[in-house]
Design a protein around this ligand. Structure first.
Ligand SMILES: Nc1nc2c(c(=O)[nH]1)N[C@H]1C(S)=C(S)[C@@H](COP(=O)(O)O)O[C@H]1N2
Ligand SMILES: [Mo]
Length: 319
């Protein structure tokens, strides 16, 4: 009797675990990097895979799928269920409406209290040989979560190059403001541009990632291409997408969600199961793609790395 051995290509994608898919993509990307030039024309598999070839030597970190101890959220969920109001307020709007968003050339203006202000290109800031892969839990304020292998550089490395002066206490970030290219900005659901900010020590914390990719590929537009933050102990909205401005300030900068609903969203927005949102509980979360809810962890499980920054602070007042 013949035993049919399924080839990877025979397995329906719904049967592939995120982890297996990840390894499979990895192998593909490795061979893609070797294939090199042909990819420049997008002849194999389309632009997402071709872009992946730009990350030839991602370094592994202590934050990996094994140490995080959770199944990765499938690629299609991470890239198909998004908040990116510049491209619409529905969860599938960003994937639909950001398809043609052009992210090269890309410039980031740096100003405020630092020694190296100026306008930097994507290439100035992102050295492809310095990129790391970090599997982080990510918790949205709307009580869904995911586990994602991000690709980036510690924000601290970027900030050190920009050399903040003694007056710099906070870092403010801004997203592109261009209603022609970001159609969601034609409605004033938020005051544009989208703004976020961190205290300088939070920005310099080793966890804070200046992020350019996920699952070994360049960030899909709906996930904040070409550069976004990932601040994994804070609610998702702190992880600002498509950054065009970095400013070192002496005062706490205004942030979009705090401006829009100050009672609901504070400046800190640390993940905290003990402080409920005025309209819903924050005690539990649902990993997108999973059925059962699970308890939310204090600081999203990153206490060891970040709790010291908040010692003596009343986290219920500084929510
Ligand atoms: N510029 C900008 N950044 C943004 C948002 C946004 O609407 N605009 N949404 C935030 C919210 S609420 C979340 S939960 C995360 C979602 O990131 P993801 O789509 O990659 O999962 O992006 C954050 N960054
Ligand atoms: Mo969010």
């Amino acid at each position: 009797m013949l035993i049919k051995i399924a080839k990877a290509s025979d397995v329906r994608s719904s049967e592939i675990t995120p982890r297996a898919l990840f390894d499979q993509r990895r192998r593909f990307l490795k061979s893609a990097a070797v294939a090199g030039a042909s990819l420049a024309f997008g002849s194999i598999g389309g632009s997402a895979e071709a872009a992946g070839a730009k990350f030839p030597d991602l370094s592994k970190t202590k934050w990996n799928a094994e140490t995080v101890g959770k199944d990765l959220t499938p690629y299609r969920s991470v890239t198909g269920y998004n908040n990116f109001y510049e491209f619409g307020t529905g969860k599938s709007d960003p994937a639909d409406n950001a398809k043609d968003f052009v992210t090269r050339p890309w410039a980031i203006k740096v100003d405020g209290h630092c020694e190296n202000p100026g306008t930097y290109s994507y290439e100035d800031l992102v050295n492809p040989h310095k990129l790391e892969e970090r599997v982080y839990r990510f918790r949205c304020v709307e009580a869904w979560s995911m586990v994602v292998p991000w690709v980036g550089i510690p924000l601290a490395d970027i900030i050190k190059r920009l050399a903040p002066t003694g007056d710099a206490k906070y870092v403010a970030f801004e997203t592109l403001n261009d209603p022609e290219r970001m159609p969601g900005q034609q409605r004033r659901v938020l005051q544009w541009p989208y703004r976020e900010g961190l205290r300088l020590d939070e920005a310099m914390n080793p966890l804070t990632l200046f992020t350019v990719g996920l699952y070994g590929e360049e960030l899909p537009n709906q996930n904040g291409a070409p550069i976004r933050l990932v601040v994994p102990w804070k609610y998702g909205f702190k992880s600002i997408k498509s950054i065009v401005g970095i400013s070192f300030t002496d005062k706490q900068p205004p942030t979009s969600w705090n401006m829009s609903a100050p009672r609901e969203y504070g400046f800190y927005s640390n993940v905290n199961p003990e402080v409920n949102h005025p309209r819903w509980s924050q005690a539990k979360e649902r990993n997108i793609g999973e059925f059962l809810k699970k308890p939310t962890l204090m600081l999203n499980g990153y206490q060891e790395e970040v709790a010291a920054m908040y010692q003596g602070m009343d986290m219920t007042k500084n929510y």
